[in-house]
Design a protein around this ligand. Structure first.
Ligand code: S3P
Ligand code: PEP
Length: 440
C-alpha cells in the first residue's frame, strides 16, 4: 500500500492550475463514441483510472480507442458490429462505468460479464438492474444480492416510464442508454435533477432528447452521428483546490476551464453561503457544456446548512471536502439528506467523520449526513483513504491547516480521478510541499 506523508504547515497558496477533464463527461464521450458509427474525437479527456477502464472495455467490445495525451480518437463500426468479449469487462473502481455499461449492454448484440474491484463489488446494482429488467433486459447474477459480477445477454428492449427511487445520474443514464435501443419512447422522471451530461452529449451526437425540468424522454431506434467532444475541467477535482485556497493561511488560486454545468455547481452555492470568496471569470461554452475560470481567495468562513433535496445531487461528490472546509468555519454546519454517501467507493460519512475527528475535528455522524462543529484546529496525524480517492485528497488538503504532517494511507487511489493531484498541490503551495513516500 502506498502511503504519503504531507508537510504543509503554515503554507500560503498562490498560482494557477488547469483542472483536468471532467470524469463524468470523459466516460460518456467513450460510450457515445463507441455506440455511434464513425470517428469521434475528444480533447481534454481525463486519463484517470476510471476513464481508462471505460476505454479498455470498449476496446474489448471491438471498438478502436486511441489515447494520446488527453486526445482520444474512437473509431467504431457502430454497436451492431460489437463482439462479445473474450473475458469479463473490468470496471475497476468505477461505479459510473459499471452502471452505464449495464444499460448499454442490455440492448446490444453481445453477451458479457461485468466485474469490478473489491470496493465496486459491494456497491448496489439493483438500482439499475430492476428498471433494465422492466425493459426486458437479461441480467443475471451468481450471488443472491444484485452486485457485481453480473452477466448481461443483450436482447430486444421495450421503452419504460420510470421514476428512480434515488436521485442518481448513473441510474438515469443507464435507462437512457438502454432506451436508445428500445422500441417506443423511454421516459425518466427524477426526484431531484441530477447531472445531465448524458442528455447534453446525446444532443451533440445528433440524438433527439427532450429535457423538461425533472423529466427526460428519448425515442428508441435513433442512430447517433460521430462528433467532436471538448471536455471541460472537472469541478469535482477543482473542489479540492477551492477548499485549499479558502482554508490556507493566505493567498489566491486560479483554476482554469472548470465545468460550470448548473447540475454540478452546488459547491459554489455552499461556499458563497459560508462567506468564501470565489470569482468566476472568462465564462464560455463548448460543445454544450459551460465552463469558466475560478479565482479563490482565503476567506473567513461561517457554518451553513446543506440539506435541500434539490441541492444534494449538485454536490454529492464534494461533500467530503466540504466537511473539511466546515471544520474551519465558525459555527455549526449541518449536512442531511446525503445517505447516498454511504454507498460510494467507501462509506463516506463514516470515513470523513472518523478520519477528521482523529485529527481533532468535532463531527457528529448522522444516518444521512453529519454535523460539523467549527472551527477546530487540526493536528498532524494519519488519514486512511480506505481506497477512496476523494477521502485521500481530503486528507492531503487537511495538511494545509494541521499543526503537523499528515500521513495519508493508500494514496494510489487518487489516480482514479486526479492523477496530477500532488503535482498541482506542489504548484499552488509554491513547492513548499514536502512528500515522503512509503510503500508496503
Ligand atoms: O453519472 C455520473 O457520472 C456520476 C454520478 C454520481 O453518482 P450517482 O448517480 O450514484 O449519484 C456521482 O457520484 C459519480 O461520481 C458520477
Ligand atoms: C462516486 C464516484 O464515482 P463512481 O460512482 O463513478 O465510482 C466519485 O467519483 O466520487
Amino acid at each position: 500500500m502506498e502511503t504519503k506523508t504531507i508537510h504543509l504547515q503554515n503554507v500560503t497558496v498562490d498560482g494557477e492550475i488547469v483542472i483536468p477533464g471532467d470524469k463524468s463527461i470523459s466516460h460518456r464521450a467513450i460510450m457515445l463514441g463507441s455506440i455511434a458509427s464513425g470517428k469521434t474525437t475528444a480533447e481534454n479527456f481525463l486519463t484517470g483510472e476510471d476513464c481508462l477502464k471505460t476505454a479498455q472495455i470498449f476496446r474489448e467490445l471491438g471498438v478502436q480507442v486511441d489515447i494520446t495525451g488527453t486526445d482520444v480518437v474512437i473509431e467504431s463500426a457502430g454497436m451492431q458490429k460489437w463482439q462479445s468479449p473474450q473475458r469479463p469487462l473490468d470496471c475497476g473502481n468505477s461505479g459510473t462505468t459499471a452502471r452505464l455499461l449495464l444499460g448499454i449492454l442490455a440492448g446490444s448484440p453481445v453477451t458479457a460479464t461485468v466485474v469490478g474491484d473489491q470496493y465496486l463489488s459491494k456497491r448496489p446494482m439493483d438500482r439499475v438492474v430492476y428498471p433494465l429488467r422492466d425493459m426486458g433486459a437479461h441480467i443475471t447474477s451468481e450471488q443472491e444480492e444484485l452486485v457485481l459480477p453480473l452477466t448481461v445477454q443483450g436482447t430486444t428492449l421495450r421503452a419504460v416510464e420510470y421514476t428512480p427511487p434515488v436521485a442518481s445520474a448513473q441510474v438515469k443514464s443507464a435507462i437512457l442508454f438502454a432506451g436508445l435501443q428500445a422500441s417506443g419512447t423511454t421516459v425518466v422522471h427524477e426526484l431531484s435533477k441530477t447531472r445531465d451530461h448524458t442528455e447534453r452529449m446525446m444532443e451533440q451526437f445528433g440524438l433527439q432528447i427532450d429535457e423538461q425540468k425533472l423529466t427526460v424522454s428519448l425515442r428508441g431506434g435513433q442512430d447517433g452521428k460521430a462528433t467532436h467532444v471538448v471536455v471541460p475541467g472537472d469541478i469535482s477535482s477543482a473542489a479540492f483546490f477551492i477548499v485549499a485556497a479558502l482554508i490556507a493561511k493566505a493567498g489566491t488560486i486560479t483554476l482554469k476551464k472548470v465545468g460550470l454545468n448548473e447540475t454540478r455547481t452546488g459547491i459554489l452555492d455552499v461556499v458563497q453561503a459560508m462567506g468564501g470568496q470565489v470569482d468566476i471569470v472568462n465564462r464560455s461554452t463548448s460543445v454544450g457544456e459551460p465552463y469558466g475560470d475560478l479565482v479563490i481567495t482565503a476567506s473567513l468562513l461561517t457554518g451553513t446548512t446543506i440539506e435541500e433535496e434539490a441541492l444534494m445531487p449538485r454536490l454529492i461528490d464534494e461533500l467530503p471536502i466540504i466537511a473539511l472546509l466546515a471544520t474551519q468555519a465558525s459555527g455549526k454546519t449541518v449536512i442531511r439528506n446525503a445517505a447516498e454517501l454511504r454507498v460510494k467507493e467507501t462509506d463516506r460519512i463514516t470515513a470523513v467523520a472518523s478520519q477528521l475527528n482523529a485529527l481533532g475535528a468535532n463531527i457528529e455522524e448522522l444516518e444521512d449526513g453529519m454535523i460539523i462543529h467549527g472551527p477546530t484546529p487540526l493536528h498532524g496525524g494519519v488519514i486512511d483513504s480506505y481506497g477512496d480517492h476523494r477521502i485521500g485528497m481530503m486528507g492531503a488538503i487537511a495538511a494545509l491547516v494541521a499543526d503537523g504532517p499528515i500521513e495519508v494511507k493508500d494514496t494510489a487511489c487518487i489516480a482514479i480521478s486526479y492523477p496530477q493531484f500532488f503535482k498541482h498541490l506542489d504548484k499552488v503551495t509554491q513547492s513548499s510541499l514536502q512528500l515522503e513516500d512509503e510503500s508496503g
